[in-house]
Design a binder for this molecule. Structure first.
Ligand SMILES: Nc1nc2c(ncn2[C@@H]2O[C@H](COP(=O)(O)OP(=O)(O)OP(=O)(O)O)[C@@H](O)[C@H]2O)c(=O)[nH]1
Ligand SMILES: [Zn+2]
Length: 219
């Protein structure tokens, strides 16, 4: 077994730290992710499919895959509530929309990637508070780096924004392609799954919602 399984990995700490703008809220990765166990499992997979995990080229693969999973699932170690702690007043009470945020996640059924775009809009609440635009992307990142289904990812982003920013309304739309539908199973590549979560005034007021959807769809 490679020694890297038990060595502290500064890079992985860094990945989790980056997710929350330098504030690492979880424990160090070597405490919260069992890298040695991950390595062992990957070695077992290689053996199970008829490979020789000791052949040249595969020797470091279990350690690499273990580190990759720790990185891909780093969101499990981050408290999403920490992402939106920076809010400020801007005297803006109309729609704020960030479109085309890159999303990469792992479907919890097959642990295969799904990727695409997130569009997040909100209307500031009576408190007049807005958040940094990058925080919306960070929020997606924290929830995406967990075993997910697209629907839950969409809802989690919308609900956290509603709870923490207390805006008048929120709209979250995700458009993703799932590798578990493209690379295996039904093998239909290019199929795009669209999910939405709409809250507050954006849910209640059809005109405002239509305006947000038009902006999301304008290219
Ligand atoms: N609703 C939803 N389904 C998903 C998501 N990611 C993957 N899936 C689906 O999860 C389902 C799992 O179905 P199962 O029948 O348990 O597994 P399976 O035999 O591998 O299914 P097939 O993919 O149809 O071969 C599949 O239909 C996947 O397309 C997601 O984010 N949302
Ligand atoms: Zn899947």
């Amino acid at each position: 077994m490679a020694a890297s399984a038990t060595e502290p990995d500064g890079d992985l700490d860094h990945v989790a730290a980056r997710l929350v703008s330098g504030r690492l809220t979880g424990r160090p990765v070597e405490e919260s992710v069992d890298l040695a166990r991950l390595e062992k499992a990957v070695r077992e997979i290689l053996i199970a499919v008829g490979e020789d995990p000791d052949r040249d080229g595969l020797q470091q693969t279990p350690a690499r895959v273990a580190r990759a999973y720790a990185e891909l699932l780093a969101g499990l170690r981050v408290d999403p509530a920490q992402v939106l702690t920076t809010t400020f007043e801007a005297g803006h009470d109309e729609l704020v929309l960030v479109r085309d945020i890159d999303v990469m996640s792992l479907c919890e059924h097959h642990l295969l990637p799904f990727r695409g775009s997130a569009h997040i809009g909100y209307i500031p609440g009576a408190n007049g508070r807005i958040t940094g635009l990058s925080k919306l992307a960070r929020l997606v990142e924290v929830f995406a780096r967990r075993p997910q289904v697209q629907e839950r990812l969409t809802v989690q982003v919308a609900d956290l924004l509603m709870a923490q920013l207390q805006p008048r309304g929120v709209i979250v739309v995700l458009e993703c392609e799932h590798m578990c539908m493209a690379m295996r199973g039904i093998q239909k590549s290019g199929a795009c799954t669209i999910t939405s979560a709409v809250r507050g005034s954006l849910q209640e007021d059809a005109r405002t919602r239509a305006e947000a959807m038009a902006l999301i769809n304008s290219r």
